[in-house]
Every structure is written in structure tokens, then in C-alpha cells.
Design a protein around this ligand. Sequence first.
Ligand code: ADP
Length: 602
Amino acid sequence: MKGAIEKRLTNGVAVAIAGVLVIVVFLIWQYRQIQDNGVMIRHTNLVLYQTQEVLNDAVHYELDVRNFLLTGDSTFLDRAGDSIRLLPSKIATLKELTADNPRQQRRIDSVLAFISRNRSILENAMFLSRAGNFEEAAGIISSEATTGYSYRIQHMLNQIALEERGLLGIRRGNNLNKASQLQWIMWSLIAAVAILAFVTFRKIRVDLSREKRAREQLRRFNIELKDEVKRQTANLQASEDKYKTLFYKSPLPKWIYDEETLYFLEVNDTAIRSYGYSREEFLGMTILDIRPEEDRDRLIKDVEDVRNNPGSYRDSQWRHIKRNGDIIDVDVTAYPINFEGHHARMVVVNDITDRRIYEKQLRQLNTDLAKRAAELASSNGELERFAYIASHDLQEPLRMVSSFLQLLQKRYGGQLDNKADQYIHYAVDGAERMKALIMDLLEYSRVGTGKESFGLIDTAIVLKEVGDIFREKIISARARVDIGEMPCVWGDKVQMTQLFQNLLSNALKYHSDQSPVIRIMAKEEPGYWQFSISDNGIGIDPQFFDKIFIIFQRLHNKSDYSGTGIGLAICKKIVERHGGRIWVESTPQNGSTFYFTIIKKS
Ligand code: ADP
């Protein structure tokens, strides 16, 4: 800032000096011009004076000659002689003085010519007078020629004087102009210097106040800086205290070791407590000493790696030996720090021995579970195979029992007593129900687990086919079936048809007093499609929500609603085979909504 002011000051002074110098030079030049003009004025005055002299001498000469001719007094003649003697030299001086003016020179030549002619006339008159011929002398003097010459001489000299006076006027005027210009310039110079001084002064004042402000700012900044340093120092102190607390009071074992020597430099109380070594014992050991023999090579390699990558954080798992010889599994986090001038690492240890045991147990449990699941799957498979074989193979003997019972009823009905007829009737009925159950079981066990028959199915088409199957039933029950926009899904077409068929059949079957209103919708969710079939039927008590999906579980007896209780069990099996789940939401007397999901093909 100071430099800038000095520079500005120097510039201001330099400009002022330069301005003054220019003006001074101009002034000198102007002054010279005035001086030159003065010389010319004096010169003009001299010419005027000399002209007047010549005129005087010419006039006196003529007057003295006339007076002599009139009086005959010779003193006039002497004086006339003096005048005419001096006249040539005065005219010569005049000519010399006007040498730069050709017009004046011509006039002077004319004057000289008139004077010499006048002189010769007058001398002739004087000659005649001396010879006593007064009359002729007087005639010459009074003649026009004589008077004409004197007038001409006077006129010429007046012309010369007039021109010189004109020149004098011009030169005086010039000088006056120059003098007033000089005055103006002087004042301008004073004004310019004053303005410059004022501007420079203002600028310097502004700069000084700016400098003052900057200094003030700097002072404030310094104070803030000091405060900040104080704050930072306090923070540092606080964070150091915090760090110490974190280190010494940590519930996890922590230590610091030298990266070069691997010696422990500091340990916290938890490390001492959980490892059993005293602080002194720790500080006398290296980190190698708390490793089982077989882990040391790995540790040395790791240490090398750390040295090659200074500043790196590390998370690794190790085994440590406690003082009592116990070996524990640990998770170790190590990060670089500068500790009392050592390149060191701060280590945080997490004992994961228990976690390892749990992990092992968990792994064991998982293996057991997988084994059980496999066993269960195989036993399920066997069961399904058994159900299939049993239901398949039982059909034949059952058909036989059933047909012979019917034959018995036909042939001997009414021939035995009432009781026998009743028994036969029960037997026929039982055989029929058994047949239906066996058929259902067969159908159920046919829902296999293989996915060979999977493909892309348009559920809208599936529902159209299902609708066709139930057309007559829908018309006779005056039911309304609304179907929303249906997607294409990945699945088994036969099973998907069966799924919708079972659900639609139930929705039509379990209707209330009102005509059935059924809505079938689909909703896209991330990863799967969710379908819903809702009705306005009799509804289901929430306590039976799970039970209805179990095979042969029914909520009504046969006389109220026909059925065997296999439909929803088959639905569940189909949905699960398609990677989804099925559930129901309902309030008794208020209709039910069955939901199921079908996963999208990934
Ligand atoms: P079924 O219809 O042959 O009895 P399901 O497995 O299809 O066998 O149904 C099991 C039971 O669930 C039925 O007995 C019935 O009580 C109940 N249920 C199924 N669908 C509905 C429905 N839409 N409304 C009311 N109850 C229903």
C-alpha cells in the first residue's frame, strides 16, 4: 500500500514537473517573441524619428532659403547649408533602417529625388538673388514647381511615417496579445498545478484511508487468527484428551506398536486385563510374541506389506496367545499413527472367539437343516409316490367293491330286511366317497415338482378358457365375473388353468343370498405378479384362514356344499411350485378375496 502511494506521489510530481517544464519552455519562447517585437517597435520608432528628422531638415532648408531670399540675411543661408548638409546622411540612415521594406525604400528614393530637384530649384533662385535678379528669384520661389516639391516631400515623408505608425500599431498589438496570452498561460499553469496538487492530495488521502482500513482489517484478521489458533489448540487438546480416553478407557483391547521394531509402545487397561500380561511385560514384547508359532510367518509377511504401504489401514483376522496359554480368534484393525516420534500403528482388537464358535455351530445347524430338508423332501417324494401308487392301484379293487355293492343293492334290494337295505346303502355311499377321495388324491399327487412343462402363458387366455368351462354355471347362478388386465407369466399352463378353475369354482360355489359378483385382478410388483379373486359370498372365519389350504380340510359338510376339501390344497401346491404363495382375506358374510403370487422369470 505504501509503495502504491509513493508511486502515485512520484507520478503526480513527475507529471507536474513535466507540465511546468513544458509551460516554462513555452513561456521563454513567448517572452523571446515579445522581446523581438520590442526591438521591432524600437526600430519603428527610430524610423519615425528619422523620418521626422528628414522632414524637419527638408522644411528648415526650404524655409531658411526663402527667408534668405526675402531678407538677404546670410545667417539663414548658413542654417540652410547646415540642414542640407546633414540631409543626405539622415536619408541614408532612414534607408538603411527600412532596408527590409521595399515600399518604404521606393518612397525614400522618391523623397530623395524630390529633395534634390527642390534643392536645385532653390539653389538656382539663390544664384539669381545673389546676381541681383530678385524678381526672377522671387518668381522661382513662388512658382508651383517649388511649392509642389515641398508638398510632395512632405507627403512622401508623411506616407513613410504613416506606414511605420501602422507597423507600430500592429507590433504593439502583437505584444499586448502575447503579454495577455502570457498572463493566461501563467494563470493556467498555476491552476493546473493547483488542480494536480489537489488531485494528488485527494488520491493520497484516499489511499491513506484505504491503507488505514486495510491495516485495521489486518489487525482484526490477526486477532481472529489468534482466536482461531487458540480454539484449534483447545480443540486439539480436547481431541487429544478424547483420544486418550478412547484409548485407555476403551472396552476393546488396544495397543500401539513400533512399525520398525514391532515392540509394544503402549497398551490399554482392557488389553492388560483380557490378555493377562502386565504393562511392563507387554512393553518388553513384540507383536510376534503373542502369536502362535505357526502364524508368525504370515505376520512377518503382513508386516513387510505394511512397511511397503505406509499409511494403509488394515483389517485382518488373527490368533493371539494370552498369558495363560489360551489362544483366541481376533479381528484386528490397525492404522498408522505417529507416537512419540515413532512410526507406529494403533491396533484395535475384537475377540471373535465366541463368534467363531457360534458361526461353527450355525454352520453345523445349517448343514443339519439342509440334511433334514433333503430327508423331508425325499420322504415327501416317497409319500407322494405312495399316494399316487395307492390311489392309482386302489381304484381297481374299489371299482370292484363299488360295482358289486351296487349289484347287491340292485339284486337284493327290498328282499332283505330294512336294516340290511340301509347297510347296503351306506356301503355303496362309502364306496362312492372313497372313489372321489382317491381321485382327488391322485390329482393332488400329480402336481409334480419338475419344471419341464413351464413356458410363457397368457393368463387372459387361460381365464377365457376357464370362463368357457363355467359358462352355464355362471348364467344359471346369474353371476357377474369381471376380469381386469391380465399379464403373461412364466409357468405350467395346465396347472395355471386348474388354479384359476378351483378358485373361480369356489367363488361361485360359496355364494350368499345375493347373486355372485366375482372380480379377478392382477397387479405387478417388483419380482412377481399378484393375482386376486374376490367374491361377495359367505366369507370365512379368520381362524380357518390356514386350515382351508390343508388337504381334505373343509368347513362345511357335504349336504351344505359339495366337495372333498382338496381344491385349495391343490392351489397351494401349484402356487408354491411357481415360486409364489397363496393366502386369503375375508370377513364372514362379507365375501372373500384369495390372493396368490407368481414370480417373474429372472
Ligand atoms: P371344497 O370346496 O371341496 O370343500 P376347497 O379346498 O376348495 O375344498 O375348500 C376348502 C374350504 O374352504 C371349503 O370347504 C370352504 O369352506 C372354504 N372356501 C373355499 N373357497 C371359499 C370361498 N370362496 N368362500 C367361502 N369359503 C370358501
